[in-house]
Design a protein around this ligand. Sequence first.
Ligand code: F3S
Ligand code: F3S
Length: 101
Amino acid sequence: MTYVIAQPCVDVKDQACVEECPVDCIYEGPRKLYIHPEECVDCGACEPVCPVEAIFFETSVPTPWREYLTADAEVFIPLGSPGGASAQSPFTSDHPVVGSS
Ligand code: F3S
Ligand code: F3S
């Protein structure tokens, strides 16, 4: 179980969530940020600070945005578990679901 960043983050990227995360598991793409599903410890600190309410617990993602559950998982397949976003360069591309937003 994990938290997920959905469509409202696209092209907003406020990044208040990054400041709150105690395990540095929120990674940056060109148009959206992504929570690593295995590194997130489900503390929930990021969810209330997002000004556009883009962050949801995975069982609470609104139906129109359910595909963002898949996006946040699939985007990490090539990377594995780097163990910290701040040491990583931003992704060079977003998950395809972002392009259809
Ligand atoms: Fe995006 Fe909200 Fe974080 S806009 S970058 S999920 S604070
Ligand atoms: Fe970080 Fe939010 Fe998970 S603060 S640990 S991404 S619930």
